[in-house]
Design a binder for this molecule. Structure first.
Ligand SMILES: [Zn+2]
Length: 401
């Protein structure tokens, strides 16, 4: 499957880590391969090389079979990349940036910086992916049939086996890849959020009702339903003997129903935080250090005694540095009595601080990206700290029923 969604703020576990191998940039968008991709890539190549292609081409040498299988695997993920790229480029047309595309276990993910602001944008961004897959599918099948020539007519007739055996490796690739892209287009058009079809559905309901939250609720319920349907179908399949295929459907179904719930919660949270700024969420009771504080003193009297995770280092009321566990854990134990916090503190203050009027949604994103609290800085003075735990507390207290 493939989905496009914005980055998940904390409190709702991101289903997909933003890590993995960086492949390069395309149209200014970073392309990443998640390590989970290796599992599905290996599986596809294995199934193609050990069963599909040998059945089509009993006469092929093992080398030809496996090479074709590997190329097919690469082209499969290139097709998914094209699908995601289409989302990204249309999204950019509507002024919503996409920093990176990650290919992972279940397909691809184009990370949009924000949600589309109007139904029309959502509709077209969502449609761009499946439309691209549909186009690629038809295109590959057309070229594949042309390469197959007379054999392509026979493929549809009775003598399928002989016709398949006569296909060149290139025609074989294209005639496998074509239908796969069509399936990709159709699967993604299922009207369950956060699948593309669910986004199209949401855009239409949004346009009709004018209520994004209600539209999202409807689309994500449909997504959960579809997820459950896939899981039940997968279990039945597994029980009836198709273990691998059944388990795969079970996993996709589970992932989908989770993603549907998370997407809705995320929107509710975004709604809740509308108009809220970092100052509203931050804690204003916190300890500070001076650059002369000895590291031993810091460890014994602050780090180990308090749930605080980030300490501002302050001189004449001005912020000059920041210290976390990370900065002191590498210091030699015997030197801690003499070394000072000023010697190890971080001074890249910009990266770890925010203005008090920073948008709460952006602040949450920053906190989750850095996985450390941030300092809220006004002028050169620290007026608060913002952590995930604090924001979760705030959210729990402000939940709308
Ligand atoms: Zn898509």
């Amino acid at each position: 499957m493939s989905a496009h969604q914005e980055r998940t703020p904390p409190g709702h576990q991101a289903a997909i880590p933003g890590r993995g191998l960086r492949l390069g940039r395309l149209f200014g968008i970073e392309i990443r391969l998640d390590s989970s991709l290796l599992i599905i890539f290996t599986l596809i190549v294995y199934i193609l090389g050990s069963s599909v292609f040998p059945q089509w081409h009993p006469d092929w040498q093992a080398g030809t079979t496996w090479l074709t299988a590997v190329i097919a695997g690469v082209l499969f993920f290139s097709s998914i990349l094209a699908h995601e790229m289409a989302h990204a480029l249309v999204s950019r047309k509507f002024g919503i940036g996409v920093q990176r595309i990650t290919l992972f276990l279940f397909g691809g993910l184009a990370e949009m910086e924000e949600e589309p602001g109007e139904p029309r944008a959502e509709f077209l961004i969502a449609l761009a992916g499946p439309a691209t897959s549909m186009f690629l599918g038809l295109f590959f099948m057309l070229v594949g049939s042309m390469l197959a020539g007379a054999d392509s007519a026979a493929l549809l007739a009775d003598d399928r086996e002989t016709a398949l055996a006569g296909l060149s490796p290139m025609a074989t690739l294209l005639l496998w890849l074509g239908p796969v892209n069509l399936v990709l287009a159709i699967f993604n058009m299922v009207p369950g959020f956060p699948l593309d079809g669910g986004r199209v559905f949401r855009a239409v309901m949004w346009w009709i009702t004018g209520d994004l939250r209600r539209a999202t609720w409807m689309a994500s319920e449909a997504g959960r339903l579809f997820g459950w349907f896939l899981m039940i179908f997968g279990i039945l399949q597994a029980l009836s003997g198709a273990l691998l295929g059944g388990l795969w459907l079970l996993m996709i179904g589970w992932f989908l129903s989770n993603a549907a719930s998370a997407s809705y919660k995320q929107l509710v949270m975004r709604d809740l935080l509308k108009g809220i700024v970092a100052r509203d969420l931050m804690r204003s009771h916190f300890e500070t250090l001076t650059p002369q504080t000895r590291i031993a003193d810091f460890i014994d009297n602050h780090l180990l005694q308090s749930p605080q995770q980030l300490w501002p280092v302050v001189e004449n009321e001005q912020l000059i540095g920041l210290v976390t566990l990370q900065e002191v854990q590498g210091t030699p134990t015997q030197d801690r009595a003499t070394m000072t916090v000023g010697q190890v503190m971080r001074t890249d203050l910009g990266a770890l601080s925010l203005a008090p009027n920073a948008d709460a949604n952006k602040a949450l994103l920053a906190v989750s990206t850095h996985s450390t609290p941030l300092a809220i800085v006004e002028g050169n003075r620290v007026i608060g700290l913002l952590s995930q735990a604090d924001t979760v507390k705030w959210l729990l207290l402000h939940q709308k029923q």
